[in-house]
Every structure is written in structure tokens, then in C-alpha cells.
Design a protein around this ligand. Structure first.
Ligand code: FES
Ligand code: FES
Length: 78
């Protein structure tokens, strides 16, 4: 995403819970990756909500370059 900073070079695996909403850090500044901790304030970037439709392991993008955020699409290899 434009103006975001790279928070990692590989996706972060998270076991999500059905029906729970997660707020993915789009700016890269959060200290609790891959989720938003409010550090985006003043950056013009907002977190992206992700609703888990089932219990499963999800790979959230940490590099912030994914074309399918909040999930990793392999773009971190570029
Ligand atoms: Fe990055 Fe909130 S801290 S979007
Ligand atoms: Fe960002 Fe994989 S970690 S695309």
C-alpha cells in the first residue's frame, strides 16, 4: 500500500476464530503486527477489517505490499 512501511518480510500466521473481526495494520507502524495498535494516527492510513468466516489459519501480510490485503499473496518475495 502506498505510504506504508514494511513490517516484515514474510506473512504472519494467525489462527482466527469464526465470527471474530480483526483489524489488520495497513500502515506497518503497529508494534503488534499484523494487527493495528493505533500507531497509524496522523498518517492518513486506516486499518483494514477482516471478518473470519470460519476457524482456520490465515496468513496475514506483513510486508504491506499484498494486492489482496490483509492476506499475503506472495508479493513479499518481490
Ligand atoms: Fe497500522 Fe493502525 S497501526 S493501521
Ligand atoms: Fe506481504 Fe506476503 S507478507 S505479500
Amino acid at each position: 500500500m502506498s505510504d506504508s512501511i514494511r513490517a516484515g518480510d514474510a506473512p504472519i500466521a494467525v489462527d482466527v476464530t469464526e465470527g471474530k473481526r480483526y483489524f489488520w495494520c495497513a500502515c506497518g507502524k503497529s508494534a503488534s503486527q499484523p494487527f493495528c495498535d493505533g500507531s497509524h494516527k496522523g498518517s492518513g492510513i486506516s486499518p483494514l477489517a477482516y471478518l473470519a468466516l470460519e476457524d482456520k489459519k490465515v496468513f496475514f501480510c506483513a510486508c504491506k505490499q499484498s494486492q489482496t490485503p490483509p492476506l499475503c499473496d506472495g508479493s513479499h518475495k518481490a
